[in-house]
Structure formats: structure tokens, C-alpha cells
Design a protein around this ligand. Structure first.
Ligand SMILES: [Mg+2]
Length: 225
């Protein structure tokens, strides 16, 4: 899968809904990722990893979205976006160490509003991938879809890709590349995970030729928020 560089926007009409296992709307695209990049690729989830978005205002919020549709067919509503504490300095440091991709199972209209607010100059989130870039796997109990992020399609060797996500289901195809992020739901304003625990590991990972052994070390620990 080639990624959308965070400069030119992709055209939603080119992609459409998830095409199921084995299909990828980005195959064949002329938008190529820089596979020769000397930096590893850090793939970050959005909701409950970097931000919490809710129809309920939880104290101070960072962004109000009006008439936003979170899922196709859903009525537009007002939503409140809460940034996880230290989000901006975390992203600034991450962008210094890695090529950064936010890969969300959220829809592009929603995610772009949030990311345009977080990174208006498009300098810390280098790539954006959305729900329509996920693979749709049948959900548990036959209900709906589970959106799976197949990072093998990002044009990088898996030895150089890290995915940090609060939902391990999202990276079930490459669990060896994952960091299980404790979900943040907006209440704990003293949460230190991003710039604390996560960044400590990322600094180590950035120095490794192959990230997998270090990720295995993390996998044996329970990361605390
Ligand atoms: Mg999430």
C-alpha cells in the first residue's frame, strides 16, 4: 500500500468502502511512500491513543466539531475532541525520530478535521491513512466489520515499522510490530503515557536496525498509562 503523503489530499472518490480481506484500494496508486527513507515508520492510531472524541464534553476540550458524521449513515452531531495530555510535544519528538503515519479506523472527513487542528502545517504527521485503507474482516459473532490495519502494505520492511494502537485487533496481522497502548478516554488529565512510557521505548526503537526484538521485550510487559 502506498501512503498518502500529508501534503496533497487523496480523493475519497478513488477509494470507496473497505473491499474485504486481500483487497487494498491503494494498490496500483502512483502515490508512493519513500521506501528508501533512513528513518523507521511509526504508525499511530488516533482515537483513544492520541485523542478521545465524544458527544459528551468532559471538562475542557481542545476542539469542537459541529455536524460531524462519525460513520456513514449516522446523523451529523456535535462532538468534542480531547487531546491526550502532552500530545503536541509527543508528536514533535516522534517526528524528529521517525516518519510518522496516523492510521485511523475513523472516517477521513472526521480524522482530517482533527489532524488539521493538531498539525495545521502538516509537519509532524507525515502520512494519513483512514478507515477506507483498513481491511474489513468479519466482526466477532458475525456482527459488522473489524477494521484491520495491514501494515505489511505500507511499503516498508516490517523490521522498520512500529504500530502503536489501543486496539490489538487493529494490528492482528502483525502483532510482532505492535505496542499495546493503554486506552485514554478523556478523564485522566494527568496521563503521562505518550511523552513518558511510550517515548522512552520509541527512543530505543529509533536506534535499532530491526525493531522486532525490542518490541518483543515490550510485549512481555504491561505498559502503564
Ligand atoms: Mg483506537
Amino acid at each position: 500500500m502506498a501512503m498518502v503523503r500529508s501534503g496533497p489530499r487523496c480523493e475519497p472518490s478513488r477509494f470507496g468502502p473497505p473491499n474485504g480481506v486481500g483487497a487494498c484500494p491503494f494498490y496500483g496508486s502512483s502515490s508512493l511512500s519513500p521506501i528508501s527513507s533512513p528513518r523507521h515508520l511509526l504508525v499511530l492510531d488516533l482515537d483513544e491513543t492520541l485523542v478521545h472524541t465524544s458527544a459528551i464534553l468532559k471538562g475542557r476540550c481542545d476542539l469542537v466539531l459541529r455536524n460531524v458524521t462519525m460513520s456513514p449513515g449516522e446523523a451529523p452531531r456535535t462532538c468534542y475532541v480531547h487531546y491526550r495530555p502532552r500530545l503536541i510535544p509527543f508528536l514533535q519528538e516522534a517526528a524528529r525520530l521517525f516518519d510518522v503515519c496516523v492510521f485511523t479506523a475513523g472516517t477521513q472527513p472526521y480524522a482530517d478535521q482533527v489532524l488539521d487542528h493538531i498539525d495545521p502545517s502538516r509537519s509532524v504527521v507525515h502520512y494519513r491513512l483512514y478507515r477506507h485503507h483498513c481491511e474489513a474482516h468479519p466482526g466477532t459473532l458475525g456482527q459488522g466489520y473489524t477494521y484491520v490495519k495491514n501494515i505489511a502494505r505500507l511499503g516498508r520492511p516490517l523490521s522498520q515499522v512500529i504500530i502503536a494502537d489501543n486496539s490489538p485487533v487493529s494490528y492482528q496481522l502483525q502483532p510482532q510490530n505492535g505496542i499495546a497502548v493503554p486506552p485514554w478516554t478523556g478523564e485522566d488529565r494527568k496521563d503521562t503515557f505518550l511523552l513518558g512510557t511510550l517515548m522512552q521505548w520509541l527512543r530505543r526503537l529509533a536506534t535499532k536496525d530491526d525493531v522486532i526484538p525490542t518490541l518483543a521485550e515490550i510485549g512481555n510487559r504491561t505498559l502503564q498509562p
